[in-house]
Design a protein around this ligand. Structure first.
Ligand code: P6P
Length: 336
């Protein structure tokens, strides 16, 4: 398989079809370098003493792990050299980090440097998530861009193999990091999510907190062959969005982190700019759908760097069913 093309070859060849800005290629290669560094630090953490807590709390009010800090610094240090990168918006930092006076055509990088980090010490897959938008006009310091304005999105998954999965708006492509050379090589062309699925992903311990629409959906799945769905379903929950979304992009499924009685005051659990938006872009580019339950995620107008939203995404037919259940639940609430 070593004849598969590298990320750089893909991006430059891709330029022959739809010219890619060389500065976007530079930025994507820097992101790949940052992810490669993070993957290596994760692999050696037991020897470097970098497991455990950093002793700080981030803007999310979460106790930072040492590797959260290392991953955030890797993104900032490596991507910070990209010539047309104007700002970094990190899950770990309250405000945007401006690297230059923004000019039209510059890029904004939104990222969750290490998502699912509670899985690190139990050696389960974790990931980095990134999203890239353009600066539209000179001196525009507004980073609250809607998901439909993304020019690129992707994630790295640090699992049995390290992969980079990304879209630049013309499909989803997966690159596996080749042990030895460290090259990300194209191994998954034009990844597509089957419209139908019999696998759902949700944190079922929150059952008591769910709205009626979510309870109805999950209960029908659990009724299986003898229930209204007429078939058995499987459930997965890894507590690592990157791992769950990668499984869905690879073989189908539906992922739910809905608004519930436990997170309603915060607007949901997952963050819009650097979790929901990039994953929604990828899922739609792979033929799936991504919604809050009532609105298309990519159409949401952000109201803050760390805004949280409900997320339902994956196989189109299941997402459509969940949208219908939300609609029916809302109309029943109006009647009662
Ligand atoms: P819970 C990880 O902290 C994360 O942001 C996502 O990666 C994951 O899907 C979710 O939270 C897990 O949440 O409530 O199951 O721990």
């Amino acid at each position: 398989m070593s004849d598969t093309q590298t990320l750089r070859r893909f991006l430059t060849r891709h330029a022959q079809k739809a010219p890619l800005d060389p500065n976007l290629i530079f930025l994507l290669e820097d992101i790949a370098s940052a992810c490669r560094v993070i993957g290596n630090r994760l692999r050696n953490a037991a020897f470097e003493g970098t497991h455990g807590l950093a002793g700080e709390t981030n803007i999310q009010g979460e106790e930072q792990k040492k590797l959260d800090v290392i991953a955030d610094e890797a993104f900032a240090r490596i991507c910070g050299n990209s010539p047309r990168l104007a700002a970094l918006v990190s899950e770990e930092k309250e405000e945007a980090t401006w690297l230059k006076e923004p000019e039209a055509g510059d890029y904004l990088l939104f990222y969750d440097p290490l998502d699912g980090s509670s899985n690190i010490e139990v050696n389960l897959s974790v990931g980095s998530i990134f999203s890239i938008c353009n600066v539209a006009i000179d001196s525009d310091r507004d980073v609250l861009k809607a998901g439909r304005d993304q020019v690129c999105a992707g994630y790295a998954i640090y699992g049995p193999s390290m992969m980079l999965v990304l879209t630049i708006g013309q499909g989803v492509f997966g690159f596996t990091c080749e042990y030895g050379t460290g090259d990300f090589r194209l191994t998954h062309r034009d990844m597509k999510i089957p419209a139908e699925t019999s696998e759902f992903a949700i944190n079922a311990s929150r059952y008591r907190l769910w709205d009626p629409s979510i309870r109805q959906y999950v209960e029908e799945c659990l009724q299986g062959l003898t229930g209204v769905r007429g078939r058995d379903f499987n459930m997965r929950w890894t507590a690592s969005m990157v791992a769950d979304v990668h499984r869905i992009i690879t073989r189908g499924g539906v992922f739910l982190y809905p608004m519930d009685d436990g997170n309603r005051a915060q607007g949901g659990k997952l963050r819009l700019l650097y979790e929901a938006n990039p994953m929604a872009f990828l899922v739609e580019q792979a033929g799936g759908a991504a919604t809050t339950g009532t609105k298309r995620i990519l159409d949401l107008a952000p109201d803050g760097h760390h805004q949280r939203v409900p997320v339902i995404l994956g196989s189109e037919k299941e997402v459509e069913r969940l949208i219908d259940y939300h609609r029916m639940s809302a109309s029943q609430a109006e009647i009662s």
